[in-house]
Design a protein around this ligand. Structure first.
Ligand SMILES: [Zn+2]
Length: 111
């Protein structure tokens, strides 16, 4: 095996790993993409009206209750993507990251 083959194989394994990781994370999200966009709109507007985040996911919970979504499962889903409180949900839980397939990782010069 040439070192080039080895490099390609390692890259393939890494891509498979990233894709599997992404699928596992997405599987924890109990809502679909439209619902997530609705959640983000709600939390964003509520935070603006409230003047900021109080370090709790209260508006995320509020949305879940209004939409009949299991609050605990939604917490688990958003936490997987770094959404521990309302401002983190808005900042970190990006529908493109949650639902789109993993993009090619950027080439690193010394990778
Ligand atoms: Zn916050």
């Amino acid at each position: 095996m040439t070192s080039q083959d080895e490099k390609a194989l390692r890259k393939q394994l890494k891509d498979d790993y990233l894709r599997a990781e992404q699928a596992a994370s997405a599987a924890l999200m109990p809502i679909d993409r439209d619902q997530l966009e609705s959640l983000l709109d709600h939390v964003d507007a509520a935070l603006e009206a409230a003047g900021g985040c109080d370090n709790t996911p209260r508006y995320t919970e509020e949305w879940a209750e209004q939409h009949g979504v299991d609050v605990d499962r939604l917490h688990e889903g958003v936490r997987e993507f770094g959404g521990g409180c309302d401002c983190e949900v808005v900042a970190n839980v990006d529908p493109e990251v949650v639902f789109d397939p993993v993009r090619q990782p950027p080439e690193t010069p010394h990778g």
